[in-house]
Design a protein around this ligand. Structure first.
Ligand code: GUN
Length: 171
């Protein structure tokens, strides 16, 4: 586990190699945050990463949102998630659903994607399965603009928890 002090000494490529996964399949967020080092603490690093993300184009935002796997989707069934995604989905109990629950998730995933053109994103580690299903249902009636912004906010929460997991506490 790296400390923040170590992270602050890394060159750009190494820095991105170590924290590039905080944003799902989207290492440019870390890469473009590197010039803002040194970071005082993990809150400062997280804020800098989020600032880089927010400053990007809407096309990049859409690609970032689309990089997220469906909850209880095909990739879960195929064991094809990243290690972090796998842990996040398991923490909400999404790796052990009944056939009826799985069908419910899949139906909502399809409806959400059809309405918004990107997958439903929620910080799975902060919600139980029932709360996730309720949120999927409720958010289906939102505007696309609100869902786009909500997804980016959830992605920031996912990155914060991944960062907490990664950085040695004593840093
Ligand atoms: N898709 C929707 N929510 C999540 C999440 O918390 N983590 C990952 N990796 N993908 C998601």
């Amino acid at each position: 586990m790296p400390t923040l002090a170590l992270l602050n000494t890394l060159d750009r490529a190494a820095f991105t190699a170590v924290i590039g996964h905080l944003f799902e399949h989207t290492p440019w967020v870390a890469d473009e945050t590197w010039p803002r080092r040194p970071f005082r603490d993990t809150a400062h690093l997280h804020a800098a990463l989020c600032m880089t993300m927010r400053a990007a184009t809407s096309g990049r935002h859409l690609a970032l949102i689309r990089a997220h796997p469906d909850l209880a989707g095909r990739l879960v069934q195929q064991n094809a998630l990243t290690a972090e995604s796998s842990r996040e989905q398991a923490s909400a109990g999404l790796d052990r659903l009944s056939a009826a629950e799985l069908a419910h998730f899949q139906q909502l995933n399809i409806a959400y994607l059809a309405r918004f053109g990107f997958p439903f994103v929620i910080c799975a580690r902060l919600s139980a399965k029932s709360a996730i299903l309720a949120a999927m249902q409720a958010r289906l009636t939102n505007t696309v603009e609100l869902e786009f912004t909500t997804a980016l906010g959830e992605i920031e929460k996912i990155a914060r928890l991944r960062l907490n997991d990664l950085i040695e506490k004593s840093s």
